[in-house]
Design a protein around this ligand. Structure first.
Ligand code: CDP
Length: 214
């Protein structure tokens, strides 16, 4: 069976948690596509002279991306998130990551992909598209708590700045900008517990599966 769930939305809206839960619930494979951009951003940062990310280095890193790169334990830092959003605006970087994502989505047994352009560019024919959002304050609070739990020394204000800067860059770029696909189901998690948000997503998948049978 082929069944693709595309989950997009701004930074720290809850896409990852919802995606993992939906994948576990239905036995689908899950790909966090943000990790691909973070891995390229990490490699570009490693090769950056004076902290300036060089497009050629980023493109080469995207073309040579290896599954082991996704397992590095230093991809979840704010600096890497910013670098990811810089390299993600480079069309050649996005192009280099396209086939891997589409192949993953087309696997037998179902797949959940989360990112920014899954419903619009990577999987325009996905059976279900969700666009997950939450207020800036709620997203910043959730990410702040995650980072602190992971041992990072940061402040709420710094986290909010990071999210806003990335959202602005992700939405303004020409290559696959962040925006909901036309037929996407909007899921605002501002007032929802994570359990309630997961339940809404699971219900949307079940409904779509039922429709497919009908
Ligand atoms: O976890 P969070 O929502 O903060 O970010 P992420 O999903 O790990 O993505 C990191 C960055 O990668 C984003 O800010 C985007 O610039 C970029 N990205 C993208 O352009 N397209 C995707 N499909 C996924 C991520």
């Amino acid at each position: 069976m082929r069944f693709t769930v595309a989950i997009d939305g701004p930074a720290a809206a809850g896409k990852g948690t919802i995606s993992r839960a939906v994948a576990a619930r239905f036995g689908f494979a899950h790909l966090d596509t943000g990790l691909l951009y973070r891995a390229v951003g990490r490699r570009a940062l490693d090769g950056a002279a004076g902290g300036e990310i060089d497009a050629a280095t980023a493109i080469a890193a995207a073309r040579a991306l290896d599954p082991a790169d996704l397992k590095r334990d230093d991809l979840r830092t704010p600096a890497v998130a910013q670098a990811a959003s810089v390299v993600a605006a480079i069309p050649e970087v996005r192009q280099a990551l396209l086939d891997f994502q589409r192949d993953f989505a087309a696997r037998d047994g179902g797949a959940v992909l989360d990112g920014r352009d899954i419903g619009t560019v990577i999987c325009p024919d996905a059976e279900l598209k969700l666009f997950v959002t939450a207020s800036d304050a709620v997203r910043a609070e959730r990410r702040y708590l995650e980072l602190v739990a992971g041992g990072h020394d940061t402040t709420r204000a710094a986290v909010l700045e990071d999210l806003k800067a990335r959202d602005a860059r992700d939405a303004a770029r020409d290559a696959a900008p962040l925006r909901p696909a036309q037929e996407a189901v909007l899921l605002d998690t501002t007032e929802l517990s994570i359990e309630a948000a997961v339940e809404e997503a699971v219900n949307a998948v079940e409904e779509r599966i039922e429709q497919g049978r009908g």
